[in-house]
Design a binder for this molecule. Structure first.
Ligand code: NAD
Length: 307
């Protein structure tokens, strides 16, 4: 039968691509409720959905930070039936801690963590009753492995991971599946917004050395990572489609094979020294090694593309 999927944060990026990919399913297995906070931003989604609009895809308003808005959206769905929740809405934040306000950190947690909690609270009781459902969450490799100057963002994704990992056991008892999708760098508005904010960050709030590290080492490093390892939102959407249609969906799915060696370090050494030293060296010591590694990864990528 067809499954109803609710996706959050569909005005751009991964959310938009996931909604469209599911709506385009070859055997029409999905009815997609593509939601966004601000319906005035529906243009790009409407364009991408084309003639699927109001057939296999409908657009609705949902603000992940507002319980009322979530309730209203879900109550408007026949029988409140959400078979698959794709919790995608999220915001980013980079920079030295001293330059970030507690208010903006709380705002980030309101979307990235409490947004997920609000949605799950709303759909879980119905899923339990039906003894079926799939909760799919856009996490990040930064939900597994922290990265300098991403302290708050990474913390929010760790929160997401801890929440889902805990809940997954209970959910399993009710035949509800849980999947954390963990992309590495993806070229979306997210990236653009994060850099734009970074450019506007008032670095006078921190010491000169930290400002220099952020501006002259971290930002160029990060840009390089995006341009060499970055995936398209369509690629992430394709893999999310696979995860949703899988018979036995995994608890975790990393979308970027090239990033896996970085996350593997964590599991290889419980003391945490290995990933800590690797990241330290990569960023502060061995620019040449890093460049060589990227070169090899790029080559591998090209080979994979040629196959
Ligand atoms: P994006 O900025 O293009 O999309 C995020 C969407 O969330 C936007 O449409 C935004 O309007 C929406 N949103 C923000 N606050 C909201 C709210 N309160 N209610 C509803 N919607 C809200 O960025 P993206 O890259 O597509 O990000 C999607 C998800 O993927 C995020 O959770 C992000 O953390 C995650 N992710 C992104 C990357 C990356 O490199 N771009 C990497 C790993 C994980």
């Amino acid at each position: 039968g067809t499954r109803r999927v609710l996706v959050t944060g569909c005005s751009s990026g991964i959310g938009l691509a996931v909604a469209v990919r599911l709506a385009k399913d070859e055997t029409k297995r999905f009815k997609v409720v593509a939601t966004m906070r601000d319906l005035e931003k529906r243009g790009p989604l409407e364009k991408a959905a084309g003639d699927l609009l109001n057939k296999t895809l409908v657009i609705q308003k949902l603000d992940a930070c507002c319980e009322e808005s979530i309730k209203e959206c879900i109550n408007s769905i026949p029988n409140r039936q959400v078979d698959v929740l794709v919790n995608n809405a999220g915001i980013g934040m980079i920079g030295p801690l001293e330059c970030q306000s507690i208010t903006s950190m709380k705002e980030l947690f309101e979307v990235n963590f409490f947004g997920l909690v609000r949605l799950v609270k709303e759909v879980l009781p119905d899923m339990k009753q039906r003894q079926s459902g799939h909760i799919v969450v856009m996490s990040s490799v930064m939900g597994i492995q922290g990265l300098l100057f991403n302290d708050i963002y990474s913390a929010s994704k760790f929160a997401v991971e801890g929440f889902c990992e805990s809940l997954a056991v209970q959910a399993m008892k009710f035949n509800i599946k849980t999947t954390l999708v963990e992309p590495g760098p993806v070229m979306t508005e997210f990236e653009r917004k994060v850099y734009e904010d970074a450019e506007n960050t008032d670095l006078s709030e921190t010491d000169e050395e930290t400002a220099r590290i952020f501006r002259d080492i971290y930002l160029p490093y990060s840009r390089k990572v995006f341009t060499t390892l970055g995936q398209t939102p369509e690629d992430v959407a394709e893999q999310t489609h696979k995860v949703i249609t899988a018979k036995e969906p995994p608890l975790r799915h990393q979308t970027n094979r090239l990033y896996m060696p970085m996350t593997a370090l964590k599991h290889a050494d419980p003391t945490g020294r290995l990933p800590l030293e690797a990241f330290y060296k990569m960023i502060f010591k061995h620019d040449a090694v890093f460049n060589a590694t990227l070169g090899i990864l790029r080559m591998m990528n090209r080979r994979k593309g040629n196959k």
